[in-house]
Design a protein around this ligand. Structure first.
Ligand SMILES: [Zn+2]
Length: 148
C-alpha cells in the first residue's frame, strides 16, 4: 500500500510497504527519516487495514477523482449555456455532450477509494479496503479532535 503523510492539508512525505510484511520501521522517501509503525490492533483478521498504523487513529473512506473533474463541470456548464443561447448548432452540441460524457466515464475508471486518518490526516491508497469503513463523518471527526 502507498502511505502519504500529511500536515495541515499538505502532503509532507510518503512511503510504500507490503501490508502482509508489517514492517515495524520504514524509511520516508523524501526526508530519509525512519518512522515506526504500529501493527497492533490496526489490522483486522483478514489482513486489511483497520486503523492508522502511525497514530492508531480512526480512518474513513474517501473517493478520489482526477484533477480533470473540475474542467468537465465547466465544459458541461459552458455547453449548456451555449445551447440555451442558440450559439451552437444541434449536432455540434451533441458532439460536445458526448465528449463530456466520455471524459466522465474516464474519470470514473480512474477514480479510486482510499483511507484517511481522522487524527493525523495520513492517506492510505493501493490497498484492499474493508467494507466496514465509513465515509467522513462530522460527529466522528469532532469526537476525535476532542480526544486528541
Ligand atoms: Zn493517524
Amino acid at each position: 500500500m502507498l502511505v502519504k503523510l500529511h500536515q495541515d492539508g499538505r502532503k509532507t512525505d510518503q512511503f510504500s510497504i507490503a501490508i502482509e510484511q508489517r514492517p515495524s520501521k520504514v524509511r520516508l522517501e523524501q526526508s530519509g527519516d525512519d518512522i515506526f509503525l504500529d501493527w497492533n490492533s490496526t489490522v483486522d483478521d483478514s489482513g486489511r487495514l483497520r486503523a492508522c498504523v502511525l497514530c492508531r487513529g480512526d480512518v474513513f473512506r474517501e473517493r478520489t477523482f482526477p484533477q480533470i473533474t473540475a474542467i468537465v463541470i465547466v465544459l458541461a456548464f459552458a455547453g449548456g449555456v451555449a445551447g440555451l443561447l442558440g450559439l451552437v448548432t444541434t449536432w455540434l452540441m451533441l458532439i460536445a455532450m458526448i465528449s463530456v460524457l466520455l471524459i466522465d466515464i474516464i474519470i470514473l475508471i480512474f477514480s479510486f477509494n482510499r483511507l484517511v486518518c481522522y487524527k493525523c490526516e495520513t492517506r492510505y491508497s493501493k490497498l484492499t479496503i474493508a467494507p466496514y469503513h465509513q465515509k467522513w463523518d462530522l460527529d466522528r471527526s469532532k469526537q476525535v479532535q476532542r480526544v486528541s
